[in-house]
Design a protein around this ligand. Structure first.
Ligand SMILES: Cc1cc2nc3c(=O)[nH]c(=O)nc-3n(C[C@H](O)[C@H](O)[C@H](O)COP(=O)(O)OP(=O)(O)OC[C@H]3O[C@@H](n4cnc5c(N)ncnc54)[C@H](O)[C@@H]3O)c2cc1C
Length: 356
């Protein structure tokens, strides 16, 4: 059997890359080990152009957001389903000082275009504390990643382009301009393994800075809001009938996939003060974000083996980063067009050669 590309891993990174390649007419095979955990399966899937306590426009938002929106809309139109949800993000101000500071910042036209001129505070006040009003951010929303991943999996299974297995690195035979793996002959293997990349002998030199995250699934009483609420932690309505995801925690220690009592307590402590409704917790999830030391993705080709590539390091923003950088990687593979210097792994090749 032969293929142009073997994609290892089918989280957000592998799904988006496989779809991008397949839309350009390449024969793609996906290999994914379903027994390994995936950050994408517990992801909030939120895309939000203005983030952080200090309210900044996220990196490359003007390019990334329209690109990602069109990408997921087109994918949804072709695969069916309803995984793309456009909605505003409402940030209740914590204090009058925060209100003043955010209003001054959003006078800047670069930020103003992402903000509703007059937030609909009255709409939110039955549900969340907002004595100082709040900031309403547009061009935001969320992708139901579990559903999107299922759609991609079914599509590639139906087309006989899917292998449920863990890659065995020992079996990768690198040839001059191709790779042999078992009975497969492939032009390139593109690794999209998320946090598991630390096990990959070809790419374990990359400086990841993984971040564990936890979230809760809860039913909130009489909760009809469709918008995402964010005050450091978020309330993400999942079905418009009160089922919500509450998240998320950030921890650079205890890098395991276990949901903890501390994680639950942290989220409840943060959310209770501003959520006016009663809720009941149904589930708790944990995952590890493949974040990087310089907070930029890892995109590109191995410094020594031209037939091995990587698409990883999507960190806290997999949904908004993946379509744009998958497209850059595919352009590079097709025509040699440059990958953004900040994302290209060439920026850290010195680490590879130092590790030899
Ligand atoms: C609690 C939490 C909340 C988050 N919320 C958001 C959010 O709101 N918005 C946002 O954009 N991002 C969010 N993120 C981050 C987002 O989840 C990640 O950026 C994204 O999931 C990374 O995707 P990935 O495909 O690189 O990795 P993963 O999702 O971890 O996928 C890796 C895949 O590779 C497979 N695999 C690994 N090794 C092998 C191997 N050797 N052989 C075969 N298969 C292999 C695994 O089975 C897995 O399916 C959140 C993360 C967490 C933990």
């Amino acid at each position: 059997m032969s293929a142009d590309y073997l994609i290892v891993g089918q989280g957000i990174a592998g799904s988006v890359l496989a779809w991008t390649l397949s839309q350009r007419g390449y024969r793609v095979l996906i290999m994914n080990d379903p027994t390994l955990p995936a950050a994408s399966k517990v992801s909030g899937g939120i895309f939000n152009p203005l983030t952080g306590k200090k309210l900044y426009r996220t990196w490359k938002a003007d390019e990334l957001f329209p690109f990602a929106h069109k990408f997921y809309s087109d994918m949804q139109a072709q695969l069916g389903g309803d995984f793309l949800h456009d909605c505003d993000v409402y940030r209740p101000y914590r204090s009058i000082e925060e209100q003043n500071s955010y209003l001054a910042q959003t006078a800047d036209p670069n930020l103003a275009k992402y903000v509703v001129e007059r937030a609909d505070d009255a709409k939110f006040s039955p549900f969340v504390e907002n004595p100082y009003g709040g900031l309403q951010i547009t061009q935001a929303g969320w992708v139901d990643c579990v559903q999107m991943l299922q759609k991609i999996e079914h599509y590639f299974i139906e087309n006989k382009q899917y292998i449920h297995d863990r890659v065995d690195y020992q079996k990768i035979e690198i040839q001059e301009d191709s790779v042999v793996y078992n009975d497969l002959k492939i032009k390139k293997i593109l690794f999209c393994e998320g946090y598991e990349a630390r096990q990959n002998p070809f790419f374990n030199w990359l400086p990841f800075n993984p971040v564990k995250g936890q979230s809760l699934i809860a039913v909130v009483e009489d909760y009809t809001l469709q918008e995402i609420i964010n005050q450091g932690t978020f309330i993400l309505p999942l079905d418009g009938k009160g089922k919500c995801r509450l998240g998320a925690t950030y921890s650079w220690h205890d890098l395991d996939w276990e949901a903890t009592e501390d994680g639950r307590a942290y989220l409840e402590d943060k959310i209770k003060p501003y959520l006016k409704k009663k809720y009941q917790i149904l589930e708790q999830h944990a995952g590890i974000r493949p974040s990087t030391k310089d907070r930029r993705p890892f995109v590109g080709i191995h410094p020594e083996y031209a037939s091995l590539g990587i698409f990883n390091g999507l960190g806290t923003k997999g949904v908004s980063l993946a379509p744009f950088f998958a497209n850059q990687l595919v352009n590079f593979l097709e025509t040699g067009e440059e990958i953004d210097k900040e994302a290209n792994i060439e920026r850290i090749f010195s680490l590879y050669f130092r590790s030899k």
